[in-house]
Design a protein around this ligand. Sequence first.
Ligand SMILES: [Fe+2]
Ligand SMILES: [Fe+2]
Length: 189
Amino acid sequence: MATVNKAPTKPNKITAKKGDVILQLIADHEKVKKLFKQYEKLAKKGNIAGKALIANQICAELTVHATAEEEIFYTKALSATHDDDLINEANVEHDSAKSLIAQIQALDPSDPMYDAKVTVLGEYIDHHVEEEETEMFPEVRKAKVDLAALDEKLTARKKVLFAQLTDKNGVIDQAALKAMANKVAAHSH
Ligand SMILES: [Fe+2]
Ligand SMILES: [Fe+2]
């Protein structure tokens, strides 16, 4: 029998080693990849409530990650590497993900298109993360940016954003998530 995880989610738990923003960004990527795998299993079992819970967690994690990453990391990455093409491409990829997240938030989890949208979001993210980790992050590392300072800023910004999406027990507030997803999707590059 399928079980639904009712435990409060703790999206703001930072597992990365402190002092290096790139490690924190990679830890976020790993966390979300695991969530996509969990989603796939629950969807296969036909566990609608369970998969919806994970999909919301994916949407929350990605919305916070993308917003904080753009504000704190991409701006610095651009000024350090002057690689406009790389950052522009990453921003376009963020926009595609944000649009899909808003679409997922607008759908009922029992809708036949729900799984397709979550699956394609996972594929977009895989591709995007691969480019960040193999191209953008090594370039930024070479440019000798203060990664510790950015790490602190990213942690603080993510905390503020997560607080807007969760109740006092750390449980995702779907109405707040939907509102934030729509807001960020409307601000395309
Ligand atoms: Fe990222
Ligand atoms: Fe990104």
